[in-house]
Design a protein around this ligand. Structure first.
Ligand code: GAP
Length: 488
């Protein structure tokens, strides 16, 4: 059974506290598009920053990380969303990036053909599409998932362009630019975070399957004979990253694709999956795919769109024997100045969704427990137990009462801490209500200025999870928080 009760409580908290809103809500919303509110934008930004820091800027080029075959370099990129249309023809997205859809002629609803067994008939939700006497389903038809647009003033075939359905292609077409400008040597990775768009037939499960979403992708280039080792390294590394930020290992799994599931380019893929509460018990949803893409992408952009041929790939030809979708013709091979070889590197691609990651961390954080009220009586509370690195607000400062100079001291502390972290100041309502608000926001520490502060310049610091309260000297607050928030 899916835990729909937990999901509806989480979605209502996300709305109430400003994590996630429906896009264009005042006009009734638009399916498959979501907005992040003041807390949600911080949470998602913290997730992306943690990824960038751990995978890119904080990566040490000079030492071999645990489990890696050798040292490696990492650089970043930020590519345009609309690219030359030939990119998508060559990559295979133009011909192959589609779902099969089925329409109902009676109620005009549209379903993914592979979701008919789990879908609902809009006229009678207890029935599956096709089971109700009035259902009149069409045969499955192909539907390309890329959003189309036009570049320039004319709306003709020549001006047709696409919103990128993945950030990866921007990296491949810039491979030579990066090689020529940053002097990286194999093995190395190029990372990118950015929006992608897919016209999903049935967007669903909140932000899980949206039409506009963000990806965090690495294309890791290596020698073909080392690619298997790197594939294993990235599989394990990316799985461990989620647990390091607080996803419990029993809700996470690493699943290898079987041959039938592999994408058209992939010769090995494993997914990092999470047991989302909206799924049936025992089911998992994909957070990230780690794919061994071989030399498929760089070769395609050199030679033209590739299709399977025997054990490998060959350029797809048209009736006249010419490449159906010609590549750039540019030489994207790597020259190894030690071995004097020139070859097309192989690619390992860890491709994560920032929105799916954010949703998993929201689901994991949602906790119902009890905390004592002002009279020491246990009260039900909802608390978002985010890892400190992900928490949208790191600390909140409260003056116990609005007199005796407590608000001024509170504001001084707030301003001091604000220089380093996202910190809140709140003097409204009882202290209990203020704690509840911060618990629902997932703030790890609440700092209270009280009458003892006036006597000895100490404040109480309450820990969100243990509810333990300790007194800390005001002048040591910054180092106290830094140790708690920044120690891995
Ligand atoms: N470049 C490879 C690629 O794009 P993918 O498995 O199609 O692979 C990678 O997408 C990740 O992007 C997924 O694991 C998921 O986290 C995210 N993603 C894909 N489609 C999505 C959608 N419709 N809504 C939200 N996230 C999505």
């Amino acid at each position: 059974m899916a835990d729909n009760d937990l999901m509806s409580k989480l979605m209502s908290l996300c709305k109430r506290r400003g994590f996630i809103f429906q896009s264009s809500e005042i006009y009734g919303g638009i399916g498959g598009f979501w907005d992040y509110g003041p807390l949600g934008v911080e949470l998602k930004r913290n997730l992306k920053d943690a990824w960038w820091r751990d995978m890119v800027s904080g990566h040490d080029d000079t030492t071999t990380p645990q489990g890696a075959p050798s040292t490696y370099e990492m650089v970043g990129l930020d590519c345009s969303i609309i690219m030359h249309p030939q990119v998508w023809k060559v990559s295979g997205h133009y011909d192959l990036f589609h779902d099969m859809l089925v329409d109902c002629r009676t109620c005009k609803a549209r379903f993914r053909a592979d979701h008919l067994k789990s879908g609902e008939c809009p006229k009678k939700p207890s029935k599956r599409p096709g089971e109700h006497t009035e259902c009149d389903l069409t045969d499955p038809r192909e539907f390309n998932l890329m959003f189309k647009t036009h570049v320039g003033a004319l709306f003709d075939l020549a001006s047709e362009a696409f919103l990128r359905p993945e950030t990866a292609q921007g990296i491949f077409v810039n491979f030579k630019n990066v090689l020529d400008t940053s002097r990286v040597k194999l093995p190395f990775g190029i990372a990118q975070i950015g929006k992608s768009f897919r016209n999903e037939i049935t967007p669903r499960y909140y932000t899980f399957r949206s039409r506009e979403f963000e990806q965090m992708e690495i294309e890791f280039f290596c020698r073909p004979d080392e690619s298997r080792h790197w594939y294993t390294y990235w599989r394990d590394r990316r799985f461990a990253w989620y647990t390091s930020l607080g996803l419990k290992s029993e809700k996470l799994r690493l699943r290898d694709h079987d041959a039938a599931e592999l994408s058209h380019y992939s010769c090995g893929t494993a997914d990092v999956e999470y047991a989302f509460p909206f799924l049936q018990e025992g089911d998992f949803g994909e957070l990230e795919g780690v794919a061994h893409r071989g030399d498929f992408d760089l070769r395609s952009h050199m030679e033209g769109k590739l299709v399977r041929s025997g054990d490998g790939f060959a350029v797809e030809l048209d009736a006249e024997g010419k490449p159906r979708h010609p590549g750039s013709g540019k030489d994207l091979r790597y020259f190894d100045d030690q071995t004097r070889e020139r070859f097309v590197p192989h690619v390992i691609e860890p491709s994560a969704g920032a929105d799916r990651g954010t949703l998993a961390f929201l689901c994991e954080a949602y906790t119902e427990d009890q905390a004592p009220d002002e009279k020491g009586q246990p009260q039900e509370r909802v608390v978002m137990k985010f890892h400190p690195r992900l928490a949208p607000i790191k600390a909140a400062v409260f003056p116990l009462v609005k007199r005796d100079g407590m608000p001024d001291i509170g504001q001084d502390i707030y301003r001091e801490l604000k220089r380093r972290w996202n910190v809140a100041y709140d003097e409204g309502g009882s202290i209990g209500r203020r704690y509840r608000r911060q618990d629902e926001s997932g703030t790890p520490f609440c700092i209270t200025v009280d009458s003892q502060t006036l006597a000895d310049q100490t404040v109480t610091v309450r820990d969100r999870d243990t509810l333990e309260q300790v007194r800390v000297a005001m002048k040591e607050l910054s180092s106290f928080l830094s140790e708690k928030l920044e120690t891995p």
